[in-house]
Design a binder for this molecule. Structure first.
Ligand code: PEP
Length: 258
């Protein structure tokens, strides 16, 4: 089986100006260094707002930090009259490794459909960015016991037509909506149930070897106190962390989960 390097990715959402972003990345780097963090064993990424990406790039490149970074969204378009949008080529020039695509807050507040997200996944690959593709069910869906079929339908639609050579680098983040920012964490078994089913679907679509190489993250109220229990599950390869990623010492502890 392919070995998968765990990824801890911080989603800052609409928080921190570019000056605060510098402080957070510096403090995170110090905390990781204090903990003798081994970046080869656990990759660490931050996803600041667009307005802080240039600052983070300057700091990471200037100080040769091993923290990588990404955007929280990407336009489906390359350039042109799309007011407010930020293209993949712009993000690539800013040194982004990742682009979060289809976070539940974008699906819900910006009515992003699976068809649009599929085009955003294509746009990310076109510009050499790795998508962190989010999926997850609302509380009503979970109460109806339909979380697996709901999430697998999202994955199948979002990846339609994406070839195996591209998809092998994707990161999938399973984030049950009812656990995001609520303090309500899915049990490790809940996380494994859906992450395992996602890997099964990837195997069906792309073959077992490709599926075994893809990282699947869990997201939803992850903290240093619960991350280890989630990380022992065989199909969980890291976490997408919201609130706790704004606290550098806490996020560094999450990164050093074992
Ligand atoms: C998120 O927004 O991706 C997230 C998981 O948030 P939180 O960790 O705050 O629940």
């Amino acid at each position: 089986m392919a070995s998968r390097t765990p990824l801890m990715a911080g989603n800052w959402k609409m928080n921190l100006d570019h000056l605060q972003a510098t402080q957070l990345v510096q403090k995170l780097d110090w905390s990781l260094k204090d903990a003798e963090h081994d970046f080869a064993k656990v990759e660490v990424a931050v996803c600041p707002p667009f307005t802080a990406l240039r600052t983070v790039q300057t700091l990471v490149e200037g100080d040769k930090l091993q923290i990588v970074y990404g955007a929280q969204d990407i336009s489906e378009h390359d350039e042109g009259a799309y007011t407010g949008e930020v293209s993949g080529s712009m993000l690539a020039k800013l040194g982004c490794t990742y682009a979060i695509i289809g976070h539940s807050e974008r699906r819900e507040y910006h009515a992003e459909s699976d068809e649009l997200l599929n085009r955003k996944v294509q746009a990310a690959y076109k510009h050499g960015l790795t998508p962190i593709l989010c999926c997850g069910e609302a509380l009503e869906v979970r109460k109806a016991g339909k979380q697996v079929e709901h999430v697998l339908a999202q994955i199948e639609a979002d990846l339609a037509g994406i070839p195996a050579e591209q998809v092998k680098s994707i990161v999938i983040a399973y984030e049950p909506i009812w656990a995001i920012g609520t303090g309500e964490v899915a049990t490790p078994e809940d996380a494994q149930e859906v992450c395992g089913a996602i890997r099964g679907k990837l195997a069906e679509l792309y073959g077992q070897a490709t599926a075994d190489g893809i990282r699947i993250l869990y997201g939803g109220s992850v903290k240093s106190s619960n991350v280890a229990d989630i990380m022992v599950k065989p199909d969980v390869d890291g976490a997408l962390v919201g609130g706790a990623s704004l606290k550098p010492e806490e996020f560094a502890k999450i990164c050093g989960f074992d």
